[in-house]
Design a protein around this ligand. Sequence first.
Ligand SMILES: C[S@@+](CC[C@H](N)C(=O)[O-])C[C@H]1O[C@@H](n2cnc3c(N)ncnc32)[C@H](O)[C@@H]1O
Length: 230
Amino acid sequence: MLNTPGEVRDFYRKTYAEHGPSPRGMAWGDTKTHYKRVMRIHHLLVSLDVPMNRILDVGCGVGLVHNLWGLAYKERTYHGVDLVPEFIEEARAGISKDPKAIVVCEDFMDWVNIDPFSVALGIGTFAWQTSDAVRSMLYKMWGMVGASGALAVTLIPDNPLPMNEVRRLKGTLDAKEMLLYNGYSDRLDEHIVILVKKDAETLAAEAMRLEEMKDATYDVIREQYEHAHS
Ligand SMILES: C[S@@+](CC[C@H](N)C(=O)[O-])C[C@H]1O[C@@H](n2cnc3c(N)ncnc32)[C@H](O)[C@@H]1O
């Protein structure tokens, strides 16, 4: 179990020192399966009609998403955040010719960005972390996803979040759609979880309804107060 950002950083520094800038260096089993995983997430997002113009990669590692999704050749911005300086140095070299891409070495929980993203990724980011840390990251990522955008993460069943909590995420986060996809060639137990946000019109209508409800509640409280003091 990796209990703190410092422990996460040290763990991946060791895997990097042993295996270099490769999927194994980021603690994945093998390169071929990892490339499939990253491409599968892309296909799933496209098939769900998620806009792909602003991509946030939380725990970006060496920036494979930028490379495998061919982002340098597309009109898409890419923001990567990772705790490990060696990964970020490698990722920086990979994106150096793309003016629409940026990577930073920081704990995602301390990272600030105000513009919403169309996609927030967490590919392997939660591995071996505590359930509280994972929940905090998930909720922060969801908050950074704009209308009609999506959150896409990988999770091992019941580790660290119980599967019933994962299945309830659509309701907890009030998502429009949720896809729980399981199975790849050699990691049959790993899930890809995609949550799609409601569109802007629906979100605005819901916010307005909430405001009206609040106003109505204030009216009732005010009437009760005036009645009690008259
Ligand atoms: C298994 S690696 C996956 C790397 C990359 N997403 C990939 O699949 O190629 C998980 C990465 O998440 C990063 N990570 C975990 N928690 C983080 C946090 N709170 N802030 C930034 N990076 C984090 C780790 O440093 C590590 O590089």
